[in-house]
Design a protein around this ligand. Structure first.
Ligand code: NAD
Ligand code: GDU
Length: 331
């Protein structure tokens, strides 16, 4: 039996594909290579398919049958918050369209387990610093909305399959701030988040910009929960295993470390790891940034027996190494 990984040529998906292959699971990748990179999945069976296209359900069903797929990990999605505000229709068409086709294929083939990439973006601007899964979700942009709607679609599918006497289990993982690289060649190439942006600016000889230092946090800069992509990848394996042994008590889990780091602390860690003197520029607050967003990880640690192994320094070190910026004495 094989695991179908949608978006397996992407940053996070390729890490999960690598872990699955390492433990000897058969993998089938479905990707349209819109942001994915072919080299990340070289040598693996791949179906080049836009999951939101009109023929996607039919092609998925035949790929599932041909490769004896019994579970799906669904990463494929558009994920840029700013772009989603400018092009909401594209986000709903792509993210909701793709998931609709996947759930239709699940129904047609009797697939029993699905892991879904959700996001801390579902929480919006919570008025608590540490968020647990039961906190109400009020996403503030179309991207976050597509993730919350995706969770609801999956819940409805679970309920409908129970009514039919069929088995369909799913786990929705709400990722916090994913960073780092488990393997250099699988590193994030998108340069859209704090660590890659700072590293790119340093390469270009530019100072990083801190988006606001007047927040109500200890050093005035925003706090986030940075989770190593390899730890995050392991959480997907734990989710698959949880469903295999009949785990269905909870279906939504935060994936973070449970510890926050401020923007200043992240930049200081980059300075330490690269051995550079970094003097950041102070910029304006960025619209829509909550002052602090840290995962309560009680549930995932209790039910999936998953815990992040790596901390901020290891995350930064792996990102710096992948960007080939590690000083010689630190290699
Ligand atoms: N990176 C993060 O910080 C973060 C945080 C929270 C949630 N997520 C979610 O995790 C998932 C993976 O993110 P990532 O960082 O690896 O992004 P990525 O852009 O590197 O990977 C997405 C992959 O999906 C593919 N894809 C996109 N739309 C597709 C479609 N319609 N049909 C087929 N393939 C398609 C892309 O080609 C790419 O390979 C996404 O669902 C994203 O929303 C990411
Ligand atoms: O040049 C920069 C870039 C970012 N930041 C700050 O660094 C922090 C992290 O910013 P990112 O853009 O890296 O990440 P976000 O926390 O905004 O968002 C990320 O995490 C969210 C959940 O917490 C969602 O999953 C979202 O999809 C994902 O991009 C924020 O306070 C941001 O203002 C700067 O100060 N300077």
């Amino acid at each position: 039996m094989a695991v179908l990984v949608t978006g397996g040529a992407g940053y996070i998906g390729s890490h999960v594909v690598r872990l699955l292959a390492e433990r000897g699971d058969d993998v089938l990748v479905v990707d349209d290579f819109s942001t994915g990179i072919g080299a990340r999945v070289e040598g693996l069976p791949v179906v080049n398919l836009d999951l939101a296209a009109s023929d996607a359900e039919e092609r998925l069903v035949s790929a599932i049958k041909e490769h004896s797929v019994d579970s799906i990990i669904h990463f494929a999605a558009k994920k840029q918050v700013g772009e989603s505000v400018e092009e909401p229709v594209m986000y709903f068409r792509q993210n909701i369209g793709a998931l609709t086709n996947i759930l239709a294929a699940v129904e047609a083939t009797g697939i029993e387990s699905l892991v879904f990439s959700s996001s801390a973006a579902t929480y919006g601007m919570p008025d608590v610093d540490m968020v647990a899964e039961d906190l109400g979700c009020r996403p503030i942009n179309p991207y976050g909305q597509t993730k919350l709607i995706g969770e609801w679609m999956i819940d409805n599918q679970i309920a409908a399959s129970q009514m039919r006497g069929a088995t369909f289990n799913a786990v929705k993982l709400r990722y916090f701030n994913v960073a780092g690289a488990g393997w250099n060649e699988l590193a994030d190439t998108a340069v859209m988040n704090l660590i890659p942006i700072v590293l790119e600016r340093l390469k270009d000889g530019k100072a990083p910009i801190i988006f606001g230092d007047d927040y109500d946090t200890p050093d005035g800069t925003c706090i986030r929960d940075y989770v190593h992509v390899k730890d995050l990848a392991e959480a997907h394996i734990a989710a698959l295993d949880y469903m295999k042994v009949g785990g269905t008590t909870e279906t939504v889990f935060n994936v973070g470390t449970g510890t926050g780091a401020s923007v200043k602390e992240v930049i200081d860690t980059i300075a330490e790891v690269t051995g550079r003197d970094i003097v950041p520029d102070m910029g304006e607050r960025r619209a829509g940034d909550p002052p602090a967003l840290v995962a309560d990880v009680t549930r995932i640690s209790a039910l999936l027996s998953w815990k992040a192994e790596f901390g901020l320094e290891e995350i930064v070190r792996s990102a710096v190494e992948a960007a080939e910026m590690l000083p010689d004495q630190k290699r």
